[in-house]
Design a protein around this ligand. Structure first.
Ligand code: GLU
Length: 452
């Protein structure tokens, strides 16, 4: 291997779905390695047999790839027992570690073997790329356990052996691992291995400043994916959680971020995960999405969600709603929510009208009926092409509305079409639903008013 080549590791423990913390660790390692022309090792740290699960490993790999990350090498610790055994035997043979038979902590009364490091109890100082020099007195760690047996290493030991075997130059991880570092350095020193450079970045916190935990299901990458967040947006947001690029830019793709990434620029205090900011990022990417792709996805989600509500889908109507949708949503789940709440029903099906709501508040129903009747006549006599352009519809009724009072005329018109107190204006709705449904809905409002 070329000397000076940067090699980092992405070493998740597959004991849960890929949460934002795992993604952040992976992104920071990725950016650092790529910035320095280095290599990335993915290492599944599955030595905890009870808690590790292949499905979690798969989820982590899939989620990180979905975000756009990649790596050069892949390892699984459960397949490397013989390598750890070699290192453990080396320590035991040199009397730097010993096997001791002790009462099990988990099952009192039962004796179990454990391999312990002979801890010289020295002061350990290491230089952290983010936090500067850090010193630990290791005496209090005593002769800590490094394995259950030569074929059953504990986490610290496997990590140290692997970091050396894989020529890892930089260990970039969250600050929850700081207190592990002196233990790992003691093991390295006992084995005569080189010390990698360390960088411990602050954790990010939930909005209420409490610790984010992987058990909170809503912080897994797959959850965001299912809600319809775009991978570029989630990646962008997580990368900038606790990092401000020198240019101050916010919306950046991986290549932009690689160019600007310096590990020293990571913030020294914990960032707060802000869902509104993530939604903002997602909206930026939705806005940049090519028209056709956006339209197809909008129509797919609408058709699917309307179907659940038993509302008949029309491709033509759906297509003309795309622009309106683009203005209103930040994430695809917003569209699903709007459609599920019936927000778009009236575009596809005639609304139920409440007689009392047809006139503008406080206005006479007879006048509302008269205005609707006039609009009906104007529109019925107009050529069909009028409905291709909402501005033409507006022009056709505008002078009448201005003369009679815009609210008094346009409220009943709009309500007749939508059945809602709030909705887009009647010209836009009429243009989307077309001439025949427009006239039908106006007539039905007139007859409801007449049936007092
Ligand atoms: N496997 C450890 C974890 O998921 C990370 C170990 C390390 O970065 O040294 O917390």
């Amino acid at each position: 291997m070329k000397s000076g080549l940067v090699r980092v590791r992405i070493p998740p423990s597959p004991t849960g779905f890929c949460h934002v913390g795992t993604a952040r660790m992976a992104i920071l390692n990725f950016l650092f390695a790529r910035r320095h022309g280095g290599q990335i090792i993915f290492r599944s740290e599955d030595t905890d047999k009870e808690r590790s699960n292949a499905a979690y490993e798969e989820d982590i790999i899939e989620s990180l790839k979905w975000l756009g990350l990649e790596w050069e090498e892949f390892y699984r610790q459960s397949e490397r027992t013989l390598i750890y055994k070699k290192y453990l035997e080396q320590l035991i043979n040199a009397d730097k570690a010993y096997i001791s038979v002790e009462e099990s902590k988990k099952e009192p009364g039962k004796m179990a073997s454990v391999v312990r490091l002979r801890n010289p109890g020295t002061l350990i100082t290491f230089h952290d790329l983010i936090r500067g020099d850090i010193t630990f007195d290791t005496a209090e760690l005593k002769d800590f356990a490094i394995a259950r047996s030569v074929v059953d290493p504990l986490y610290h030991f496997a990590v140290v052996a692997d970091d050396a075997e894989m020529s890892i130059t930089h260990v970039i991880r969250g600050e929850e691992h700081i207190s592990n570092t002196p233990r790992q350095i003691l093991i390295q020193e006992a084995l005569g291995l080189a010390r990698p450079q360390y960088a411990h970045y602050p954790l990010h916190l939930a909005a209420d400043k409490s610790k984010l935990s992987k058990r909170k299901g809503d912080v897994s990458v797959r959850d965001y994916r299912e809600k319809g967040y775009l991978p570029q947006a989630l990646l962008n947001y997580i990368a900038l959680l606790g990092w401000t690029p020198p240019s101050g830019r916010e919306v950046m793709d991986l290549n932009d971020m690689i160019k600007e990434f310096n590990i020293e620029d990571l913030h020294r205090s914990g960032a707060v995960f802000d869902i509104e900011k993530l939604r903002w990022f997602n909206r930026q990417y939705l806005t940049k999405m090519p028209e056709k792709i956006f339209a197809n996805e909008t129509m797919r989600i609408m058709a699917e969600t309307l179907d659940v509500r038993g509302v008949a889908w029309s491709e033509n109507v759906g297509r003309s709603l795309v622009t309106l949708v683009r203005e209103r949503i930040s994430v695809w789940e917003d569209l699903r929510a709007l459609v599920s709440e019936g927000e778009f029903d009236y575009f596809f099906t005639d609304p139920k009208l409440d007689r009392a709501e047809i006139p503008e508040k406080g206005k006479d129903p007879a006048n509302a009926a008269r205005h609707l009747d006039t609009i009906n006549k104007i529109l019925a006599d107009s050529p069909n092409e009028l409905f291709a352009d909402q501005n033409k519809i507006k022009e056709a009724v505008w002078s009448y509305a201005t003369k009679e009072g815009r609210g008094a005329v346009l409220w009943p018109f709009r309500y007749a079409l939508t059945g809602r107190a709030r909705s887009p204006d009647p010209f836009e709705v009429a243009a989307i639903i077309g001439k025949e449904p427009t006239l039908r809905r106006i007539n039905s409002a007139i007859s409801i008013l007449g049936n007092a």
